[in-house]
Design a protein. Structure first.
Length: 168
């Protein structure tokens, strides 16, 4: 049985590292997760309780590694949400990002151009585009118009093609 575990380790250590890398685990954490995965397999083989069947050892190893990777991502996500004390004077020195008049004017011109282009579209297609510009989800737009999602997507593709041809 000891040879089985040694062979499992020798055969699957590097492929497991690649698997963890594909799951977005950093290089520093990969060794820890590999070690923990093999430790859990070892404990299931030699520890008390129901041992794993030989045919399922590799699957158990990879599932364990995947679950540990998910736990690692959760820990990192929680850690990134921890707030730190911020010096208020620092925040007061940040430059104002308010739009300058030229940017506001350009945005209004762009909005006017959009409105004119949409007016040139057929009514049903324009209705779909207006809903999208209003910030509505595709599902809500489809419900309001009374069409299925594929039909809405077709109309939006058609609108994009028509608008591209108008711009050219």
């Amino acid at each position: 049985m000891e040879q089985l575990f040694t062979r499992l380790y020798d055969t699957h250590q590097e492929p497991l590292r690649g698997y963890l890398r594909s799951l977005g685990i950093s290089l520093e954490k990969q060794d820890d997760l590999i070690q923990e995965s093999f430790l859990r397999v070892y404990n299931r083989i030699y520890g008390p309780g129901r041992p794993i069947e030989r045919e399922k050892l590799v699957a158990y190893l990879y599932i364990t590694a995947k679950n540990l990777a998910i736990d690692q991502h959760r820990r990192e996500k929680r850690a990134s949400r921890i707030e730190t004390d911020v010096d208020d004077t620092f925040l007061q020195n940040i430059a104002d990002k308010a739009s300058v008049p030229e940017e506001v004017y350009e945005e209004k011109e762009l909005e006017e151009d959009r409105r004119k282009a949409i007016e040139k579209l057929p009514e049903k297609i324009a209705e779909a585009v207006k809903g999208l510009l209003d910030g509505k989800s595709l599902k809500i737009i489809a419900q309001e118009i009374g069409i299925q999602m594929p039909a809405l997507k077709y109309r939006l593709r058609k609108a994009r093609n028509l608008l591209n041809s108008i711009q050219e």
